[in-house]
Write a protein that binds this ligand. Structure first.
Ligand SMILES: Cn1nc(-c2ccccc2)cc1C(=O)N[C@H](Cc1nc2ccccc2[nH]1)C(=O)O
Length: 155
C-alpha cells in the first residue's frame, strides 16, 4: 500500500481542511495536526545525545571517568548547565562538540550520534523522549537507568 494509505499509528485520523480544501492528519490524543502523514511506528528513529552518569547509573563508569561517584542531583545540575550552553543567545555551543568532550556514553566519539535504531531498541524513557521531539529539536533532562541525558532528535 502507498505510504498515504498505510495504517495510521494509534490516535491519528485523516481530516479535511475546508480552509485549504485538502486532507490533513490529526491526533485525537495529542491534538497535534500535520499536513504530512505521521511516520509509521515501525520506522527507524535517529538521535544524538549527551549523557551524564551518576553513582546509581547501570554502569557508573565511562571513557571519561573510571568510577563515577556524583549523585543523580549533581548529574541533573550538570545537564541543565549544558542545556544553557546549547541555547545561549550570545554564544551557543555545538551539540556535537559538547557531546564529544563531556558525554559519559561511548557514542561521545561520534559527537553523541547513536545512528538509526529500531523502535524498542533503546530504554523506554529514552525512546519516549525521542518520539516526543520533532526532528531537530532538543529535549530537557531525560532520566534512564544509564543516567541523565539531553537528546537531539535527528530522524
Ligand atoms: C546505545 N549505545 N550506542 C552506543 C554507540 C553508538 C555509536 C557509536 C558508539 C557507541 C553506545 C551506547 C550505550 O548504550 N552506551 C552506554 C550509555 C548509554 N545508555 C543509553 C541509553 C539510551 C540511549 C543511549 C545510551 N547510552 C555506555 O557507554 O555505558
Amino acid at each position: 500500500m502507498s505510504k498515504e494509505h498505510s495504517a495510521l499509528p494509534p490516535g491519528w485520523e485523516v481530516r479535511m481542511s475546508s480552509k485549504h480544501n485538502r486532507p490533513y492528519y490529526f491526533n485525537t490524543e495529542s491534538k497535534e495536526s500535520r499536513w504530512e502523514p505521521p511516520p509509521a511506528r515501525d520506522q527507524k528513529l535517529g538521535a544524538k545525545h549527551i549523557l551524564v552518569k551518576h553513582e546509581g547509573s547501570r554502569r557508573p563508569s565511562s571513557w571519561r571517568e573510571e568510577t563515577i561517584t556524583r549523585t543523580e542531583a549533581e548529574a541533573v545540575d550538570m545537564i541543565n548547565a549544558i542545556l544553557q550552553r546549547l541555547i545561549s543567545k550570545d554564544k551557543p555551543e555545538r551539540f556535537e562538540d559538547i557531546a564529544a568532550a563531556e558525554s559519559d556514553c561511548s557514542s561521545a566519539k561520534r559527537g553523541g550520534d547513536l545512528g538509526l535504531f529500531e523502535p524498542g531498541a533503546m530504554q523506554k524513557p529514552f525512546e519516549d523522549a525521542v518520539l516526543g521531539l520533532k526532528v531537530g529539536k532538543i529535549s530537557g533532562p531525560v532520566k534512564t537507568q544509564s543516567g541523565v541525558h539531553i537528546i537531539l532528535r535527528t530522524r
